[in-house]
Design a binder for this molecule. Structure first.
Ligand SMILES: Nc1ncnc2c1ncn2[C@@H]1O[C@H](COP(=O)(O)OP(=O)(O)OP(=O)(O)O)[C@@H](O)[C@H]1O
Ligand SMILES: [Mg+2]
Length: 467
């Protein structure tokens, strides 16, 4: 059965609710973890493999919204279902805006909880599959995935084609998200080593000792805990290309060892006596100003010159804005391919806004923006309202109408329209000091229609009594 071994963390300060949920979910075959406070919940999330969190919003010291925020930081892939009393509809809206997967109002039906958890698990699995698929796609791509029409991109592509077949060491520089990894992979694919391995390591992601043992490997007994030989990644890359990402983050000790590899193509695993010879091509990347680091003695001069035999610099997206739309289109096609659906188009206004926007996170930020827009866009054309506010706001300078950040759409979860309408009207009222005529005007409906909706959704009872 689906979700048999999935782990559900139940967070509630009321023992009764914890008990009901745990009995019910255990009978469904889930593993249950229980927490009665924010602190306990965060501990469990940090130490166990939790698949779904179901938490009460109202808790004495730190509430469920704060817990949701923390989970989004610790592991954004864990879906969070919040339980709320009807009277706190406002926080339910806030919860969805912050990325809660779903919310359930008290008193809840057992089936409602079961169903919500099943859907949350489905979504989590789908995301994981997507990520795997995405990784597979990039694995097979060469230079064609490095999109752009600017002179700069054309020159880089031509240069890469020329230098890839040589065995020269390459240093790729450029701000974060400019495509350094794509270029590194393309160099490998276009070289005579294409059928050999492409091994990459992010030097910033590991502490020094771990990075050292990953890169060079060790012999059994080299240190406490080394109970068998471990092959270093440099050996794994034999016959292929080694990609040293974020090379600017390496310690002096590692820099010295890297220099030796580049000079002799030899290295000594920890605890070994004889060096190992390797046949690899080295490609390194950094978003730091390596030359400045050399001048400040933070990076070895000799290593810098060994790495910088050939330099490929990728300029930031803001310096080549003519690339923004072609790259956006290719990203949309990639998303469509992954989702097995037709590619979405960009409205005229969105095209203008994307071109005008600054993109400090370069293509990665553009990619995230478009992924979000595709989720929010239910028809075939991406509109301004599907863009994050800081981008859509660019149009507000007297050009177009207001932007409503529709809170519910921040989750991947499809809710009945009625619920969205109810929550949205409540939210609009709460954000307009409960001024009904103001809200009716903003929503583009008659005041009498707004009154009818307030009546029908029972909002009157939970609104402050004024105006
Ligand atoms: N010219 C481009 N055309 C299409 N996609 C691109 C282009 N440049 C970058 N991307 C995409 O943007 C994302 C970021 O690229 P990549 O990981 O290569 O950047 P990076 O320079 O290595 O960033 P960081 O320094 O943060 O590691 C990837 O998903 C990549 O596919
Ligand atoms: Mg990178």
């Amino acid at each position: 059965m689906k979700g048999k071994k999935s782990c559900i963390l139940v967070v509630d300060d009321e023992p009764g609710i914890r008990e009901i949920l745990s009995i019910m979910l255990e009978s469904e075959g889930y593993t249950i973890e229980l927490a009665e406070s924010y602190d306990q919940a965060v501990d469990i999330i940090g130490s166990k493999n939790v698949d779904v969190v179901i938490s009460d919003i109202m808790m004495p010291t730190t509430d469920g919204i704060e817990l949701l925020r923390s989970i989004k930081r610790i592991n954004p892939d864990i879906p969070v279902i919040l339980i709320t009393a009807y009277a706190s509809l406002n926080s339910a809206v806030e919860a969805l805006r912050l990325g809660a997967f779903d919310y359930i109002t008290k008193p809840f039906q057992v089936d409602q909880v079961k169903f919500s958890i099943l859907r949350a698990l489905d979504m989590k699995n789908l995301r994981q599959e997507n990520r795997l698929l995405k990784r597979k796609i990039t694995d097979f791509e060469g230079l064609e995935s490095f999109v752009g029409v600017s002179k700069e991109i054309k020159n880089i592509k031509e240069f890469v084609r020329r230098i890839a077949p040589t065995d020269c060491t390459v240093l790729i520089t450029g701000d974060s998200g400019t495509g350094k990894e794509i270029i590194a992979r393309a160099i490998h694919k276009l070289s005579s080593r294409a059928n050999g391995p492409f091994v990459s390591i992010n030097c910033a992601a590991l502490p020094e000792t771990l990075l050292e043992s990953e890169l060079f490997g060790y012999m059994k007994g080299a240190f406490t805990g080394a109970n068998k030989n471990k092959e270093g990644l440099f050996a794994v890359a034999e016959g292929g290309t080694f990609f040293l990402d974020e090379v600017g983050e390496t310690s002096p000790a590692i820099q010295a060892k890297l220099l030796r590899i580049l000079e002799t193509f030899e290295f000594v695993p920890l605890g070994a006596t004889a060096p190992i010879k390797v046949d690899i091509r080295l490609v390194a990347a950094t978003n730091m100003k390596l030359k400045d680091m050399v001048d400040n003695k933070d990076f070895r001069t000799d290593l810098y010159y060994r790495l910088n035999v050939i330099n490929i610099h990728i300029p930031p997206l803001s310096e080549r804005s003519e690339d923004i739309i072609p790259i956006s289109k290719s990203i949309l096609e990639k998303i469509a391919f992954q989702k097995n659906e037709p590619s979405k188009e960009l409205s005229e206004e969105v095209t203008k806004l994307l071109t005008r926007s600054v993109w400090e996170g370069n293509v990665r930020e553009l990619e995230n923006t478009l992924e979000r827009a595709v989720i929010l866009c239910t028809d075939s054309v991406i509109q301004t309202s599907h863009l994050p506010q800081q981008i859509s706001k660019l149009s507000l300078k007297g050009e177009t109408a207001d932007f409503y950040d529709v809170p519910i759409m921040h989750s991947n979860n499809v809710l009945p329209l009625e619920e969205i309408e109810k929550a949205y009207i409540y939210w609009a009222l709460a954000n307009s000091s409960w001024n009904k005529s103001h809200v009716a005007e903003k929503l583009g409906i008659d005041l009498s229609t707004l009154y009818r909706k307030i009546e029908r959704f029972g909002l009157k009872d939970i609104m402050p009594k004024k105006k």
